[in-house]
Write a protein that binds this ligand. Structure first.
Ligand code: FAD
Ligand code: NAP
Length: 544
């Protein structure tokens, strides 16, 4: 009998075998729950399985962007760089799967298409693209926030005769760009990481850029021995500190580079003179922007930083017209996720790289040989989409999820995602989301947030089982209040500024409601609320 056809329902079905689904296996197995994980890919790793584009790497120091659940694992595993590249992170995921025998619980190459609540027996029925059916008391969506690649609809795109790739679904065998003319659309994190690497191989690379980003230098390097041993000596404290930190990176990594590990910014840019700022750029380049503490909330301070940024682009990029084209304007520094780059601007000084600034005339259509823009036609052998993801809600809304009374998640979220704590939705009992909208999620070191969510869910299931309770779901009142709270604390920051068209707001997907989705109060403040709510007998939830 296949796992999906067993007579007895499972305790838990988990959808997704990225870092969240993998940890869910380890954690829930400890408590004796019987579970299956369903994964569309042929192996574990999630993000790091799919995003194999050249230059892919994490933007948080790997000693911290890694699991904390096993002291032996964190002592044994050796990272080679401060911020590991994708192949190393995928090896780590494979190592974890082997070491803890996780694959035994996973059905690979299987995509979940339907998730329906059977009210009469309080079970979830999960159906797949291969026609399998699973039933379980609980369903955990570990489907990822950045797991649905977004390919914009552009007229003529099917006519292109060359090869087309998306950074978020890169072929496992890699792509050889040698001797090829390549066009790339998109200059977010994926574009900025891949452009310098593709440029080193391709005959010619044309970057089609609609919105230039604000980038900061990665400062990546081989992992310093002193740092490695300091972290390993203190891993228990590091993991504890992560759970109390703003973005889930501890003070043990201060000064190392990468998100969350900058030195504490001490200076107010508003207190500096024009001469001070020129001197700062002379001494530190783009790095100078990391030292100011008033950019996030003060628009005037932010504008001064943007001026400094543009001046530094001018200094690094030789051709004045290209430099002008690469300068971000009209939106605030910090409203989008900062892009961590390695040699991005220098790449535009290469003879085989050119920029098409689409602000001067956009894409009209894709032809059989390239892309026609208002500025002319550009020919390519290969076209790369680095055009991002239908983030945070995309994977959930692509499944047909139906809760009580057959109500779809799509209708519950018609005007934007509504959750309580980013963990549950009203009307969808016993269905949990890991790093869902309304939790710190993509604003955090996500391995930390994944572990915190899975721990909370596991404790919640144990609590219900001990009480002999059959179901849990948030009250409509608690859900509404949480949605308001998430919105209110983001309001007034650069993140929700009108000029900002970030994927945090869903603004990258035509027709998606413009709502700020993650929770900005930080990992520490959020975790404290989750713990308090559980300690008060799951305040705001109805236990049936
Ligand atoms: P994922 O890794 O996305 O895994 C979700 C899994 O669910 C996927 O394998 C997918 O195939 C599967 N799935 C989805 N829908 C279905 C379905 N219907 N049926 C079956 N299976 C399904 N975060 C950081 O904190 N630091 C970083 O440096 C960082 N770098 C990143 C770099 C890139 C290129 C990208 C795209 C994201 C990055 N992130 C980073 C975010 C990253 O997504 C998380 O850190 C983390 O890997 C998420 O793990 P997850 O298990 O929650 O989701
Ligand atoms: P992204 O930030 O959404 O960037 C997508 C890019 O494609 C943008 O430049 C966008 O331009 C452009 N684009 C989209 N549609 C277009 C169209 N029709 N015409 C022209 N340009 C178009 O996506 P991403 O770069 O894949 O990054 C998404 C997130 O994944 C990151 O923010 C980060 O959280 C994570 N990530 C992290 C890393 C890392 O450093 N560790 C690496 C990759 C990804 P507009 O801005 O004008 O829309």
């Amino acid at each position: 009998m296949s796992s999906s056809e067993r007579a007895e329902p499972l305790d838990v079905v988990v959808v997704g075998a990225g870092f969240a689904g993998m940890y869910a296996i380890w954690k829930l197995r400890q408590t004796g729950l019987n579970l299956r994980v369903i994964e569309a890919a042929s192996d574990v790793g999630g993000t790091w399985y799919w995003n194999r584009y050249p230059g892919a790497r994490c933007d948080i120091t790997s000693m911290e962007y890694s699991y904390g659940f096993s002291e032996e694992l964190q002592q044994d595993w050796e990272w080679t760089e401060i911020m590991a590249a994708q192949p190393e992170i995928l090896s780590y995921a494979n190592h974890v799967a082997d070491r803890f025998a996780l694959r035994d619980h996973i059905d690979f190459n299987t995509r979940v298409t339907g998730v329906h609540y059977l009210e009469e027996n309080s079970l979830w029925e999960i159906t797949t693209d291969a026609g399998q059916r699973y039933r379980a008391r609980y369903c955990i969506m570990a489907t990822g926030c950045l797991s649905v690649p977004n390919t914009p609809v552009i007229e003529g795109q099917d006519e292109f005769a060359g090869k087309t790739y998306h950074t978020g679904n890169w072929p496992a065998e890699g792509v050889d760009f040698t001797g090829k003319t390549v066009g790339i659309i998109g200059t977010g994190s994926s574009g900025v990481q891949s452009i310098p690497v593709i440029a080193r191989q391709a005959k010619h690379l044309t970057v089609l850029q609609r919105t230039p980003n604000y980038n900061l230098p990665a400062n990546n390097a081989p992992l310093p021995d002193e740092y490695r041993s300091r972290i390993k000596r203190n891993y228990k404290e590091v993991r504890k500190a992560q759970r109390h930190a703003q973005i889930g990176v501890s003070e043990f990594s201060r000064g190392l580079g990468g998100l969350g590990s900058n030195a504490e910014p001490k200076e107010s840019i508003l207190q500096t003179s024009p001469e001070d700022r020129v001197r700062a750029l002379d001494e530190l380049g783009f790095e100078a922007l990391r030292q100011y503490n008033d950019l996030a909330l003060n628009p005037q301070a932010n504008e001064l930083a943007c001026d400094m940024y543009r001046e530094q682009v001018r200094r690094v990029v030789n051709d004045p017209e290209t430099a002008e084209g690469l300068m971000p304007r009209d939106y605030a520094f910090g409203c989008k996720r900062p892009v961590i780059d390695i040699g991005y601007y220098e790449t535009f000084n290469r003879h085989n790289v050119s920029l098409v600034d689409l602000r001067r005339g956009g894409i009209e259509r894709i032809t059989s040989t390239g892309i026609r823009t208002a500025q002319g036609h550009f020919e390519f052998d290969v076209l790369v989409y680095a055009t991002g993801f239908d983030a945070m809600t995309g994977a959930l809304l692509r499944m047909d999820i139906r809760g009580r009374d057959g109500r779809t998640l799509a209708s519950h979220w018609e005007h934007g995602p509504k959750t309580y704590l980013g963990l549950q939705m009203t009307g969808f009992p016993n269905l949990f989301t890991v790093t869902g909208p309304g939790s710190p999620s993509v604003l955090s070191n996500m391995v930390v947030s994944v572990e915190q969510h899975v721990d909370w869910i596991s404790d919640c299931i144990n609590y219900l089982d001990q009480k002999g309770a059959g179901s849990i779901e948030p009250t409509a009142k608690a859900e509404d209040a949480w949605v308001r709270h998430v919105f209110e604390i983001a309001d007034g920051t650069m993140l929700t500024d009108e000029s900002c068209n970030s994927w945090y707001l869903g603004a990258n997907i035509p027709g998606k409601p413009r709502i700020f989705m993650p929770y900005v109060a930080g990992v520490g403040a959020y975790g404290a609320q989750c713990d308090a709510i559980a300690a008060e007998g799951y305040r705001g939830f109805v236990i049936g």
